[in-house]
Design a protein around this ligand. Structure first.
Ligand code: FAD
Length: 450
């Protein structure tokens, strides 16, 4: 029997990277433990700053940190995970046109594959809307907004112009509210370059099905955020859900019709818009949902030690796991903070498994949360202290800047923020172009031709 223990971590997000870094520290002098990390991108994406990339406050590359610069002894594969076989303890990675895929064997597996945008099965919406989950989403949305400004400036039909300048965001959580705030700032700052666009032509609407925005925040803070957004001209429609989007028109209706003894039909309205941003929730990635592990709401069901219930050598952490907090009886929410806390416990328990020592239970103890709601204003709850306005905004920037794991990226972001105070917004729309992929032919296909 081999004395070497192979730990395989899948996913290079907050959970995967934190887990690997902890494992490296536990096994820094132990050559009998081999750690391998697989992720489809070779960078860690710092999602809390994604809306600021969409608005151009931060340069695209500054919120991504190359994974290899964060690792000491871990072997890294940039590849897509195609199959996970916990019976054979094997994971298959996709190949490229240059090289075939490979299989990796493990003794211990950590699943940290994260989540994807949840379109709730509405294929049409997935095709027609914009989202805010990946770096690509932020770049594509920025291009779209600039394109709308360019078209609207020369549009003579007032109805079409209005619809080009109307942006609807679905979802009043972190991602939706921060995107709405950043978008409004960008539109107003960029307007000076578009002489035919008036302030009143621009419309940003947020739709939230729940009765309030930013669920999970203290009620007073959520109310402050709502008022602040409204003061800045953002229309927030709570208790309102999207019923369809054609690409040119959003149909909305009441999410919770008032309780009445008789049937009360919900009010239906329509908003003319060419741009719908869907941020109404996430769901674990497909490869996890379709796996053989026991899942609930798409996430891998784990015990208090974060082990998959059917396979004790498999750990699941971050957005792709499902764990209920025994105190509130509710699933632990998908946040970067929770992903990192789970990663620390999983790494500790991997160490315990290898060294045959006592495992640690994961205890959910959120330190707080923060959200930016636009120019120099935010809300924050930290260790039970509730703050809003400029102080909260300053704390948001300081804490998140310090959370960036590389000093060179921190400095670049700080410079971006400083430049934003003194200079105009950059309205250059960078077209994303793909190089033409070479056509590959199998040998016998060529034989057929001749
Ligand atoms: C706009 C936005 C703002 C947010 N703001 C906050 C905030 O302020 N505070 C907070 O706590 N949380 C915030 N979040 C939530 C936070 O980003 C997530 O909870 C966190 O990223 C989860 O970490 P994770 O490691 O589980 O997943 P991820 O960070 O999504 O990482 C998963 C990794 O797995 C990789 N992967 C997925 N599938 C495959 C595959 N098949 N093969 C190979 N690799 C794969 C992905 O490329 C990715 O690197 C925000 C999210 C968004 C979208």
């Amino acid at each position: 029997m081999s004395l070497v223990k192979r730990i395989l971590v899948l996913g290079g997000g907050f959970a995967g990277i934190e887990c690997v870094r902890k494992l490296e520290s536990y096994f820094s002098h132990d050559d009998s433990v081999h750690i391998t990390l697989v992720s489809e991108d070779n960078f860690l994406l710092f999602t809390p700053m994604l809306p600021q990339v969409a608005s151009g406050t931060i340069e695209t590359r500054h919120i991504v940190i190359p994974i290899r610069t964060l690792l000491k002894k871990t072997k890294f594969y940039e590849a897509e995970v195609r199959n996970i076989d916990p019976y054979g303890k094997t994971v298959t990675l996709s190949g490229t046109s240059e090289k075939r895929g490979i299989s990796l064997h493990y003794d211990y597996l950590v699943l940290a594959l994260g989540s994807q945008t949840n379109f709730f099965g509405m294929d049409n919406l997935e095709r027609l809307s914009y989202s805010m989950k990946s770096l690509n989403d932020a770049v594509v949305l920025r291009n779209r907004v600039i394109d709308m400004l360019e078209q609207a400036d020369n549009e003579t039909d007032p109805i079409l112009k209005k619809s080009l300048l109307t942006f609807v965001i679905v979802g009043g959580g972190f991602a939706g509210i921060e995107t709405a705030g950043e978008l409004m700032d960008f539109l107003h700052d960029a307007r000076k370059f578009y002489p035919n666009i008036e302030k009143s032509d621009i419309r940003v609407v947020v739709l939230e099905a729940l009765p309030s925005i930013l669920p999970g925040f203290n009620e007073k803070l959520a109310k402050f955020a709502l008022e602040k957004l409204q003061q800045r001209g953002i229309e927030v429609k709570v208790g309102t859900k999207l019923s369809s989007f054609s690409g040119e028109e959003v149909v909305i209706e009441d999410a919770q019709p008032p309780k009445a003894s008789a049937y009360v039909p919900s009010t239906i309205n329509a908003i003319q818009t060419m741009t719908l941003v869907w941020t109404a929730g996430v769901t674990p990635v497909d490869i996890v949902k379709k796996s053989v592990f026991k899942t609930n709401r798409g996430g891998i069901v784990v015990n208090e030690f974060l082990q998959a219930v059917d396979f004790p050598e498999v750990f699941a952490i971050g957005d792709c796991c499902y764990l209920v907090d025994p105190l509130s009886n509710r699933p632990i929410p998908p946040t970067a903070q929770n992903a990192e806390s789970e990663a620390k416990v999983a790494a500790k328990n991997l160490y315990s498994s290898i060294k045959n020592s006592k495992k640690t239970k994961f205890v959910y103890s959120p330190r707080g949360q923060m959200a930016i709601i636009g120019k120099r204003s935010a809300i924050a709850s930290i260790f039970g202290i509730h703050l809003h306005g400029f102080t909260a905004w300053w704390i948001w920037r300081t804490i998140y800047l310090l959370k960036i794991p590389k000093i060179n990226k921190r400095i670049r972001i700080l410079l971006d923020w400083t430049a934003d105070v003194f200079f105009d917004r950059d309205i250059a729309r960078l077209k994303v172009m793909r190089p033409k992929t070479p056509e590959y032919k199998e040998l016998d296909e060529v034989d057929d031709v001749w």
